[in-house]
Design a protein around this ligand. Structure first.
Ligand code: UD2
Length: 308
């Protein structure tokens, strides 16, 4: 295998690169370093870095040289930015995606796995969320990821490209920047705890989410590249926690009491999430996934000392 990871310097990308290299698989990354950084990446003889943008067809085709498998993670990842500037978001998340897809096709790569998102489900009519639940995206970002899924289905059927879209749920872990517009609630809360500031809870805190540790996401990525599963697959733990439960666990892991301030419900917020992961379980064992308190402890340690 020789894997191209687009967005390899980012939050999920860099953890995936690490695990591929640990498995002795050579990696090339294509990244425009708009949100990812070189500091996220290890120095490794089997790692090649190409700086470039997925919207640039020439750069994408160059990056495909001698590549057998593609892990496509590069994207405009902020839901908020997609709401504010849909054309810009679309150019990366649909235009860039189709560039990578087409380059995978013409270079006859054996397999392409790409980042879809739970955002595809939007405000769903039913729970739990299995891959069969109808997509009802409620942001340009969610729609863009859904369009990715449809392009992938067409390229798989009509052009025989081996493809799988992974619908990530709420990812947390080291290297997620709490200041970034797409930072999740966990990295924000940890940053507040460190500063001994109260945590802002939007609404009553009863909303639920499936929080998954980034290293488990990376494991799923590596596994998916080596499988032949098609279509789309949820990547989640199958266990949900309310925000108040999360805060309770976080406070115990940090060994610190925390103050909570309730604020108005965030506009467009999804009240409940509940995940169904049967498909993921047919791809890989999920019982070894990091439980929330272990993941939070690891993240707290990392945040206190990022160089270790
Ligand atoms: C996640 C994704 C988003 C999109 C969406 C689709 C992240 C960071 N975001 O949004 O990109 O895919 O799922 O369903 O993965 N909250 C607070 N206080 C805060 C911040 C958040 O109470 O300071 C609440 C927020 O109102 C929500 C919950 O925490 O109810 C989780 O928020 P989030 O932004 O981490 O993730 P989510 O699920 O809304």
């Amino acid at each position: 295998m020789h894997v191209l990871v687009t967005g390899g310097a980012g939050f999920i990308g860099s953890h995936s690169v690490e695990q591929l290299l640990e498995a002795k698989i050579p990696v090339r990354i294509l990244d425009n370093f708009s949100s990812g950084t070189r500091d996220n990446l290890p120095k490794h003889a089997q790692l090649e870095i190409q700086e470039g943008d997925i919207r640039d067809q020439t750069a994408v085709h160059k990056a495909m040289k001698d590549i057998t498998h593609v892990l496509h993670l590069a994207a405009q990842v902020s839901v908020q930015a997609s709401v504010e500037n849909p054309p810009e978001s679309c150019s990366t998340n649909i235009g860039g995606f189709v560039n990578v897809l087409q380059a995978s096709r013409v270079n006859r790569v054996q397999r392409m796995v790409y980042a879809s998102s739970a955002a595809v489900y939007g405000r769903p009519a039913q729970l739990p969320l299995s891959e069969k639940v109808m997509a009802q995206p409620c942001s340009p970002y969610g729609l863009e990821k859904y369009v990715n899924d449809q392009y992938a289905a067409l390229f798989a059927t009509e052009f025989e490209v081996s493809l799988l879209g992974l619908r990530y749920f709420n990812v947390y872990g080291p290297r997620q920047d709490p200041q970034s517009p797409y930072a999740g609630v966990i990295s924000k809360f940890i940053s507040m705890i460190e500063q001994h500031l109260p945590l802002s809870v939007f609404g009553d805190g009863a909303q639920t989410r499936d929080f998954i540790f980034v290293k488990d996401i990376a494991k799923a990525n590596v596994q998916a590249l080596q499988s032949d599963m098609g279509g789309v697959c949820n990547v989640a733990t199958g266990k949900i926690h309310s925000l108040l439960e999360l805060i309770d666990i976080l406070s115990r892991c940090a060994n610190q009491s925390v103050e909570v301030v309730h604020q108005a419900v965030r506009e467009g917020d999804i009240p409940f999430s509940e995940t169904e992961i049967t498909r993921l379980q047919s791809l890989m064992p999920t019982d070894g996934f990091t439980d929330l308190s272990t993941g939070l402890t690891a993240l707290l340690q990392y945040t206190a000392n990022p160089d270790n």
